[in-house]
Design a protein around this ligand. Structure first.
Ligand code: A3P
Length: 257
């Protein structure tokens, strides 16, 4: 059902365009001063990228005026490949990711029709979506947090107290979290600001790749939107499967499953 625009790498479904340079990705070695941002799709990649770039630009938004995907390019890598360098991993509640991913399927025409929401959730649960299983992705990075330089962050924490998370990021990047730097970053990276900023809202992406008439890339930007989408029955099924998939993992979300 995914058709010719998709392929598989080590069993994981992937956009074919991202497989072209897979060899380079496989052999990529980060330098010790590289920063790698790792996320499962729809977990806030764009948000954290803008914050990191603002830290590098010392809070000067004027220096962030290029499409986010040019300033922080995608390196489609498997987690094993990035051995050195500093890694920032951002994860987000699985149900909210599933909702966001569903809408992403609808707006980005390369995807097959996701069907009904519950049909899509079934695919998500089976890892039958690009980038594969959310459960495996998050758990493997969660385990990695122990070795080396890895900052593990939660979308939900960023929603709850962005200043606190921005300070963590500034410190992780070896800089001083002055009040004025924090203020500038926080103001520049609110959902509202990023939604209207052409360099972060993906309006620079041509319509045929991303149809923002369906909805904006910056869709809602909240935690807990899953409650507006999951039926009681679907929720029960999801929770049961989640418990199985995450059995033995100490990774817990403050917002629950
Ligand atoms: P929703 O679809 O739930 O609104 P990614 O960048 O990994 O594709 O993730 C996109 C999700 O992050 C979208 O979620 C988007 O709205 C949300 N997002 C982007 N910028 C944000 C911000 N500044 N604050 C909160 N959420 C943000």
């Amino acid at each position: 059902e995914y058709g010719e625009n998709f392929g598989r790498i080590q069993g994981i479904l992937m956009y074919k365009d991202f497989l072209k340079y897979w060899n380079d990705v496989e052999t990529f070695q980060a330098r010790p001063d590289d920063i790698v941002i790792a996320t499962y799709p729809k977990s806030g990649t764009t948000w954290i990228s803008e914050i990191v770039d603002m830290i590098y630009k010392e809070g000067d938004a004027e220096k962030c005026k290029d499409a986010i995907f040019n300033r922080i390019p995608f390196l489609e890598c498997r987690n094993e490949d990035v051995l050195n360098g500093n890694i920032i991993y951002l994860c987000r509640n699985a149900k909210d990711v599933a909702v966001s991913y569903y809408y992403f399927f609808l707006m980005v025409p390369i995807h097959p029709n996701p069907g009904t929401f519950s049909e899509f959730v079934e695919k998500f649960m089976n890892g039958h979506v690009p980038y594969g299983s959310w459960y495996k992705h998050t758990q493997s990075w969660w385990e990695k947090r122990k070795d080396g330089q890895l900052l593990f962050l939660f979308y939900e924490d960023m929603k709850e107290d962005i200043r606190k998370e921005v300070i963590k990021l500034i410190q992780f990047l070896g800089r001083k979290p002055s009040e004025s730097l924090i203020d500038k970053i926080v103001q520049h990276t609110t959902f509202q600001e990023m939604k209207k900023n052409p360099f972060t809202n993906y309006t620079m992406m041509p319509n045929e790749f991303m149809n923002q008439k369906v909805h904006s890339f910056m869709r809602k930007g909240i935690s807990g939107d899953w409650k507006n989408h999951f039926t009681v029955a679907l929720n029960e099924k999801f929770d049961k499967h989640y418990e199985q998939q995450m059995k033995g993992s100490t990774l817990k979300f403050k917002t629950g499953i």
